[in-house]
Design a protein around this ligand. Structure first.
Ligand code: IPE
Ligand code: IPE
Ligand code: MG
Length: 253
């Protein structure tokens, strides 16, 4: 079988791909297993997609792994996920370093148990010199938390006299979001057939192309990623302009 990778135009790759990794619980239930079984298998997909993105030369990959709202899940699932997460980030460091991948975290990690925070901080430190793919894990993350947090920080700057309220612009807000160091995602993928954003990067996805697939996260592999990228490359991104304007701007290859 010919891989979809041959259809990818390397000159039109998205710089930043964001993924809502959904469907672990249903995947497990379909196999008559507990939800955590699905999360364990989801790690295999993470490894595969991180590797695939790095091979393609994608610069930023953001993975939504645990939302603010996920804290409300049954306690057993939450503690199982925290343990899996801490264990995985620790174990993956040699592979991240081998592939020159730098780990970043966005989210309210103060809510996480200390052993998980420690594992995350160590792994970020140990990969901090890498210059290839930036792997951004969204943990205890939600967009509304992030925006409220950014606004609070801006208000403090205004209060302290460091910033004039009249000078607050989109650019200011972007500087205070947890994604300030990263460009906006051009492509957002959600697995498992739900057509919603679930409080993920609401600001940053303003002009992202959205791609939804029925595939459950534990079944998602490089080939599925290539399909999403090819789909993305066949879209016309207009940013509010007309199709004609966009076509005139595009250099003919
Ligand atoms: C995504 O899979 C992983 C997390 C949210 C942690 P789910 O656990 O949401 O799986 P479904 O959606 O219930 O199948
Ligand atoms: C979104 O999935 C969060 C993550 C994948 C981490 P959920 O399964 O929590 O989203 P909803 O509840 O179906 O919207
Ligand atoms: Mg879900």
């Amino acid at each position: 079988m010919v891989s979809t990778i041959s259809l990818i135009d390397n000159n039109k790759l998205p710089k930043h791909i964001a993924i809502i990794m959904d469907g672990n619980g249903r995947w497990a239930a379909e196999k008559g297993q507990e939800r955590l079984y699905g999360h364990y298998h989801g790690v295999e997909s993470v490894r595969n997609i991180v590797e695939g993105s790095s091979e393609l030369g994608i610069e930023y990959l953001t993975l939504y792994a645990f939302s603010t709202e996920n804290w409300d899940r049954p306690q057993q699932e939450v503690s199982g996920l925290m343990a899996l997460l801490a264990d995985t980030v620790r174990k993956e460091v040699p592979l991240l370093n081998k592939n020159n991948i730098k780990l970043h975290i966005i989210g309210d990690i103060e809510l996480m148990p200390p052993f998980a925070v420690k594992a995350l901080e160590e792994s970020m430190f140990l990969t901090s010199q890498n210059t290839g793919l930036n792997l951004i894990m969204a943990l205890s993350y939600s967009s509304r938390w992030e925006m409220a947090n950014a606004i609070k920080k801006i208000a403090k700057e205004v209060e302290a006299g460091n910033l004039k309220s009249n000078d607050v612009s989109q650019h200011t807000l972007e500087q205070y979001l947890s994604t300030s160091k990263f460009p906006d995602p051009e492509l957002m993928i959600r697995t498992s057939g739900e057509f919603r954003i679930s409080n993920f990067l609401l600001y940053q996805l303003a002009y992202a192309e959205l791609y939804f697939t029925e595939t459950r996260w534990p079944d998602f592999r490089k080939e599925n990623l290539y399909e999403a990228i090819v789909d993305f490359q066949n879209r016309e991104r207009r940013f509010g302009k007309t199709s004609k304007q966009v076509q005139q701007e595009e250099p003919v290859a």
